[in-house]
Ligand binder design. Structure first.
Ligand code: SAM
Length: 279
């Protein structure tokens, strides 16, 4: 049965405000699960099962699927299909208000999801900043956002630096709008993030690292000496000293710095009062 028939029968119409573009292309669904390398003993967290298209494929490969759906109109439909499948658990809720550790328990887990595009960045940050991080994430998102995530120094953003700090990111697939119903206005891509056991750069405090990166990107296109001074409440001379100590030209801009340079700046800052403030 098509998504449209399934929803018509349940007298439900897709809600644009919840990012409801259902992925109906069977080929694309299989490819996504293949990219995720889901094994029979894996626990998979799915965000937004919708009408269950991806859930169905995941359930065939994983040991356990936990799917969190916000839209209560879709719950009866999901319960009807997956209610008697002991390996699939449908949870009603907002992923951004869900205690993932409590939901998953101790076990290691993967996240595989066709994200609601209106909260892509918030979901990625929420999952990666969690203490109990997934081992791997395979996420379908707007192609433009995917390209921002894999950007290199010169084009980096706060989101890219944050994601690249936690994991190795690559674009695994590109999907065109015809793979979805209703057809979205944008192209899509599937991103795979393999989460590191330890970050690729050494920092004395993750909190201080993110405080500095946020300050750096806080003022678009401003030179770092200005952005760092405003964001960290330092006078300009102090901000400049810090940057020079880290081997960074104070006139450079945040988007140009690589992870090693952000880490060097964090280490220099940790030696000052900032270290105490943010440790
Ligand atoms: N997985 C399905 C598929 O691939 O066809 C549906 C994907 S659709 C792009 C996104 C889904 O996320 C929708 O079912 C939507 O209701 C749900 N959703 C939106 N916001 C959510 C939130 N904050 N928490 C959990 N689910 C959410």
């Amino acid at each position: 049965m098509s998504d449209q028939d399934r929803l018509d029968r349940a007298r439900v119409s897709p809600k644009k405000s919840l990012g409801q573009n259902f992925l109906h292309d069977p080929n694309a669904l299989e490819k996504i699960v293949a990219v995720a390398e889901v094994e029979p003993d894996d626990t998979v967290l799915e965000i937004g099962p919708g009408t269950g298209n991806l859930t169905r494929v995941l359930a065939r490969h994983a040991g356990r699927v936990i799917a969190v759906e916000l839209d209560d109109r879709l719950l009866p439909l999901l319960e009807r299909e997956f209610g008697d499948q002991p390996r699939v658990e449908i949870v009603h809720g907002d992923i951004l208000a869900t205690n993932v550790s409590r939901l998953i328990g101790e076990s290691d887990y993967l996240v595989v999801a066709n994200l609601p595009y209106y909260i892509t960045s918030a979901i990625i940050r929420y999952l990666l900043e969690n203490k109990h991080r997934p081992r791997r994430l395979v996420l379908t998102m707007q192609r433009e956002v995917a390209e921002r995530l894999v950007a290199t120094p010169g084009d980096l953003s706060l989101l890219a630096v944050s994601v690249q700090f936690y994991g190795q990111v690559k674009i695994a697939l590109r999907l065109n709008p015809g793979a979805f119903w209703p057809r979205p206005d944008v192209e899509s891509a599937v991103v795979r993030i393999d989460v590191y056991d330890t970050p690729p750069v050494s920092v004395p405090s993750e909190r201080l690292f993110f405080q500095i990166v946020r300050a750096g990107f806080g003022q678009k296109r401003k030179q770092l000496r200005n952005a760092i001074s405003t964001g960290l409440h330092l006078d300009k001379a102090e901000a400049e000293r810090l940057l020079i100590q880290a081997g960074i030209d104070p006139q450079r801009r945040a988007e140009a710095l690589n992870l090693d340079e952000w880490a060097a700046l964090t280490r220099a800052a940790a030696e000052t009062d900032l270290g105490k403030r943010f440790s």
